[in-house]
Write a protein that binds this ligand. Structure first.
Ligand code: CU
Length: 154
């Protein structure tokens, strides 16, 4: 009789242990689902690369100047992105002259900024690796120095 009680008690313990482990498995299952959803978001979404450039004079000419981040203060900075990124360039007019920014290889061109302090935003997605020229299309500005490169890493 005593052995029988122990057997029932043991069975109850085992049953309880199974229940607990079943519950413990559930959150892990949830995490797997989350991972799949995150992967989907990464495939559908795109990393946003935000770049701010300010127009100004160099003393001998004109240039785009990096504003903020690693390119801060750089004259016609090399811009960096990776394939699949969305690049958002904010062009701030720093000198009151008309300017824009144009990347002919990517068919991306901002509208004009014509007054000091006025900013325009150009956004485009990069789908190929390579080096792409950017410049200002206003007559004489590219020749005066307003030209740089966007490097898209594979
Ligand atoms: Cu210009």
């Amino acid at each position: 009789m005593k052995n029988h009680k122990i057997l029932i008690f043991s069975s109850l313990l085992i049953g309880l242990a199974l229940l607990v482990s079943a519950c413990a498995v559930a959150p892990t299952g949830g995490e797997v689902v989350d991972d799949v959803m995150e992967e989907d978001a990464m495939m559908e979404g795109s990393t946003l690369v935000e770049i701010t450039l300010t127009t100004g004079s160099t003393g001998s000419g004109l240039a785009f100047f990096g504003q903020g981040g690693e390119i801060d203060g750089q004259e016609n900075p090399v811009l960096s992105a990776s394939v699949g990124d969305t690049v958002r360039i904010t062009l701030v007019n720093g000198d009151g002259m008309p300017h824009d920014i144009f990347l002919p290889d990517l068919s991306a061109q901002s509208t004009l900024t014509t007054a000091s302090g006025q900013q325009v935003v150009l956004e485009f997605k990069v789908s190929d690796a390579g080096e792409f020229i950017y410049f200002c299309t206003i007559d004489g500005h590219r020749a005066a120095g307003m030209e740089g490169t966007l490097v898209v890493a594979p």
